[in-house]
Design a protein around this ligand. Structure first.
Ligand SMILES: [Ca+2]
Length: 485
């Protein structure tokens, strides 16, 4: 694989670290200040110290962000800080979550396990109620001597995992941040469906306070490496951001999606129901207000990300810190009449991912190869020289960071629940194929080579019978895996 000399040196050092980790990890520095009892590292402490200090990790988990960002070519939305992260790292153009709502997606990528294994398929089931002894991503770093801090939303709201963190915190808006101009776009039917151009500054909103706390933690001197989780809330609803971010997006500049006249109707379960009636009642102005508020939240979040990236540069930490930016899933802004997530269309399953691993690959590179969010866990452990817990289901994409054009995964899987039955979808580089209730409630096949908007369902095209049969076989193997002997 083509790598330059510094990259190779870095790789060899990491290889050595991985070897040390296989023996039980480095000696843990437990003398650092900690707000909670240190993780149990007594076994690891008997092993020799690692030859060099490990890389820090900045793990930014965003909430409900879709690819309407400058670095993915959006003509309107301003995301200068995501753009500069992409310009110094690797941008993933086909990265897919395993379950496109908050708690199941986060439970999956924070454990390296697929939803069928976590058994977390809704927003009310705590991860540890299903897997009490699972080792989460931050917990693994903590066990290996890292100081782990979770600021904002990393685990789903109300389900923070104490064992994962030396320190964790979240924030609420100040009284000034609660004031402002706005309205509910559903006439109050959907309580969450509201925007507000808030008074006050960035720090009057939780995301502004999260950025300030992250910057503070980066500046603290400590004797062990840092795993810093930063969980921004926007552009998730309610769509609140300081007023100046709304002013960047005049309503007339907003472009709304158009449904082609010959689009195939989607099977009934493809759109989740529930909210659909309220969405159908939106006026054109309400659609524009929704989109403007989502974009205001996107740019507001991006500005907070910028403060954290600035701190990395200012403190001289950029070269010793792996940065991951990941949204927990994508989002529809009116496509198929839907203004939410939880579908098996591309807008929902595909989710923003940027990784910056100093010395690995070329700055500003992009890859169109398929990766799944379940792969983030083993990628980070490989980059930092840690051993994975047994049974991990992702595949490290470190080789793809070194050579982003090489052949890679053939399939990426996403699933949703529809109460009495499930939907599963498989993406290849060319196709998306979806079955609802094993096909009984609908089958979809889209050709991304000719139809990136997924408007024409080709499932019943006789010329594509072999494609459908092959994808169905792969999907069923995923949905009902053979029991391990
Ligand atoms: Ca979310």
């Amino acid at each position: 694989m083509p790598t330059d000399r510094p990259t190779r040196r870095r790789f060899l050092r990491w290889t050595a670290l991985a070897g040390a980790a296989a023996l039980g990890g480095p000696a843990a520095g437990c003398s650092g200040r900690s707000e909670r009892a240190p993780a149990d590292t007594s076994a690891a402490a008997t092993e020799a110290a690692a030859p060099a200090r490990r890389m820090n990790v900045l793990f930014v988990a965003d909430d409900d962000l879709r690819h309407d960002c400058g670095c993915w070519g959006h003509p309107l939305v301003r995301t200068p800080n995501l753009d500069r992260l992409a310009a110094t790292g690797t941008r993933f153009d086909r990265s897919y979550v395993q379950f496109p709502i908050c708690n199941p997606s986060r439970s999956s990528f924070l454990t390296g396990l697929r939803p069928e294994t976590t058994q977390v398929t809704n927003n009310t089931t705590p991860l540890r109620s299903k897997l009490p002894e699972v080792v989460t991503l931050p917990q693994l770093f903590r066990q290996n001597g890292y100081f782990t801090a979770g600021v904002g939303k990393i685990f789903h709201g109300g389900m923070n995992d104490e064992r994962s963190w030396d320190l964790s915190t979240d924030f609420r808006p100040t009284p000034a941040g609660l004031k402002g101009e706005g309205r509910n776009l559903s006439g109050g039917t959907l309580r969450w469906c509201a925007w507000k151009a808030a008074e006050g500054a960035d720090e009057d909103q939780p995301d502004g306070q999260i950025a300030a706390e992250a910057v503070r933690l980066l500046g603290e001197k400590r004797d062990r490496p840092l795993f810093l989780g930063v969980g921004f809330h926007k552009p998730h609803d309610p769509f609140v951001a300081p007023k100046r971010y709304f002013e960047m997006y005049p309503l007339d500049d907003i472009t709304l999606p158009k449904t082609p006249p010959d689009a195939t109707p989607a099977p009934e379960p493809a759109i989740g129901g529930g909210y659909a009636k309220a969405f159908a009642a939106f006026t054109d102005r309400e659609r524009r207000e929704f989109t403007r508020a989502y974009y205001a939240g996107t740019t507001f979040m991006d500005a907070q990300l910028g403060k954290v990236l600035d701190a990395l540069d200012r403190l001289g930490l950029a070269e010793s810190t792996v940065v991951v930016f990941a949204s927990d899933h994508g989002y529809h802004l009116g496509e198929r009449g839907w203004w939410n997530k939880n579908t098996l269309f591309e807008h929902s399953c595909r989710s923003p991912l940027i990784v910056r691993a100093p010395g690995v690959g070329r700055p500003g590179q992009a890859t169109a190869r398929l990766v799944e969010f379940v792969d983030i866990f083993p990628t980070l452990t490989e980059l930092c020289g840690l051993s994975n817990p047994r049974g991990i289901q992702g595949q490290s994409f470190v080789p793809l960071l070194r050579d982003p054009q090489q052949p890679w995964k053939e399939t990426a899987f996403t699933q949703v629940d529809r109460g009495a039955f499930k939907g599963y979808s498989v993406r290849t580089e060319r196709w998306r194929y979806t079955e609802w209730d094993g096909g009984a409630k609908g089958v979809e096949l889209y050709d991304h080579r000719t139809d990136p908007g997924e408007w024409k369902n080709l499932a019943d095209d006789p010329a594509l019978a072999a494609v459908r049969a092959d994808l169905s076989k792969r999907l069923r193997a995923y949905a009902a895996p053979e029991p391990v002997a």
